[in-house]
Write a protein that binds this ligand. Structure first.
Ligand code: FCB
Length: 473
């Protein structure tokens, strides 16, 4: 960080980017040989998503790829992270390769390189081929070997041009929202399955790291985890215990096996008795899961505060707010209730805004797990954007959110954390899973009926930040 007056700088080579995921932007779900994914099935199920929204069209990125590449070039961020849709590459998840699907990603990578943008590939961002779900999905160990096969295919095709790889995006969401609360595809509600899915996802990650290393000599490989500091509502022992459980599920259940080769003992105990649960763990699996990675991708949005269920009245009296809509199911199996601090502002998702929590989790990873290169692979916010009378989207709140979190990254750098880059979620407004199109995270407004793209004020702000490699002091 140089002392240039007026500006606080990021290190040279700090990698700036934006990120998307296939199902959230591509659309064209039944063209060029793509097979159905669990998100196609789930989003078409009555009541599964807000307004019955689906990713059938999404941002129409599949057909507007060139326009979106130009948009990325106009933004000027040196990197772009996208995910490959497994069902485009292998329509039924195994066996036959769909060349047209691979060609799409080849064109995308070539288009990025032509514009001097570094491609970063996520292999799995939640769109499991439906045929594999029909055979058990992530609850089945068979999916692990099939993921390796799929990884080999993608790495074999793009490995000459792509160096940076993310195996899985937020396996917690796949396992605990997909198979636990049922808020995400495949919409199953069975925590015994969530536990088994957790293990198979982590095992698939470890195997994929090995496949990528074997296929691409200079690959840089990591995983993207959603990490959240968890705080107890009060100092009461029961709240602290609830906090420890939630932290175990959200953070330690993934960080521990990846960095120490062990599941947290309290979590194994908590989920003991669930079927199939962690009984699926076989000898040698954890050695695979702890295969060294080159970097950790941290997806960060918000911290969370919890209390013990029996202490909700106490929490309210202490000044916390427990909304009617609190999704009990999310952490319900952990005997914990999420509470909100009345005085802390929230995004349109209802997520509390606290940049210092980002610094906290980054320092914790370094101190408790490993001093390895870290990237913020997702950070961003949904707000109630609208096109103003002047025809522009003035999203000052998003700019403030991003600015605050970038300063939190600077604080982590000051604390000696090895921060290597930052990716905004997202370049475009897109299909926000169960929330459908009701939540806009983009630096660019998407007019869904026409597909028109309109860069918001935050787009110009981010371009300027990237160009300066720093922020106003
Ligand atoms: C993350 C997901 C990403 C996006 C953001 C808002 O959990 O990885 O696809 O939905 O949240």
């Amino acid at each position: 960080m140089s002392a240039q007056p007026g500006l606080v700088r990021f290190p040279n080579g700090f990698l700036w980017g934006t990120k998307t995921a296939a199902y959230q932007v591509e659309g064209s779900v039944d063209v060029d040989g793509r097979g159905p994914s669990i998100w196609d099935t789930f989003s078409h199920r009555a009541g599964a998503t807000r307004n019955g929204d689906t990713g059938d069209v999404a941002c129409d990125h599949y057909r507007r790829m060139d326009e979106d590449l130009d948009l990325l070039a106009a933004l000027g961020a040196p990197a772009y992270c996208f995910s490959v849709a497994w069902p485009r590459v292998q329509p039924s998840g195994s066996g036959a390769i769909n060349q047209q699907g691979l060609d799409f990603y080849r064109r995308l990578v070539d288009g990025l390189l032509r514009r001097s943008i570094v491609p970063v590939v996520t292999l799995y961002h939640w769109d499991l081929p439906q045929a594999l779900e029909d055979a058990g999905g992530w609850v089945s160990r068979d999916t692990v070997a099939l993921f390796s096969e799929y990884t080999r295919i993608v790495a074999g095709t793009l490995g000459d041009s792509v160096r940076m790889w993310i195996t899985l995006n937020e396996p917690w969401c796949s396992a605990w929202l997909g198979y636990g609360t049922g808020e995400h595809a495949p919409g199953v509600r069975d925590h015994g399955k969530s536990a088994a899915a957790t293990h198979h996802l982590l095992l698939a990650h470890g195997e994929a790291v090995n496949v990528l290393r074997a296929t691409i000599p200079n690959a840089s490989v990591g995983i993207g985890l959603n990490l959240q500091p968890v705080r107890p509502a009060t100092d009461h022992d029961d709240d602290r215990a609830a906090c420890h459980r939630v932290d175990g599920n959200l953070n330690r259940l993934f960080l521990d096996p990846i960095f120490t080769g062990r599941y947290p003992a309290d979590m194994l105990e908590h989920y003991a008795g669930l079927q199939p649960g962690f009984d699926v763990v076989a000898e040698g699996d954890l050695e695979v899961i702890r295969t060294p990675i080159d970097f950790l991708g941290v997806n960060f949005y918000s911290p969370i505060t919890v209390c013990a269920p029996a202490r909700q009245a106490e929490a309210r009296a202490t000044g916390y707010w427990i909304p009617e809509t609190e999704r009990r199911g999310r952490i319900g199996d952990l005997d914990a209730v999420q509470v909100l601090r009345a005085e802390v502002s929230r995004t349109q998702m209802g997520w509390e805004i606290e940049p210092a929590a980002l610094t906290e989790i980054l320092v914790r990873v370094r101190d408790q797990y490993a001093n390895l290169p870290l990237y913020i692979t997702e950070n961003g916010a949904a707000f109630d954007d609208y096109i103003g009378p002047d025809g522009e989207v003035h999203d000052a709140n998003r700019i403030a959110y991003l600015d605050g979190h970038l300063r939190a990254v600077l604080d982590a750098l000051d604390a000696g954390v090895d921060m290597r880059g930052y990716f905004v979620w997202s370049i475009l407004d897109n299909f926000e899973w169960g929330h459908g199109y009701s939540k806009r995270f983009g630096l660019t407004w998407v007019d869904y009926p026409t597909g028109r793209r309109l860069p918001k004020s935050s787009f110009a702000w981010y371009r300027q930040t990237v160009r300066a490699n720093g922020l106003e002091r």
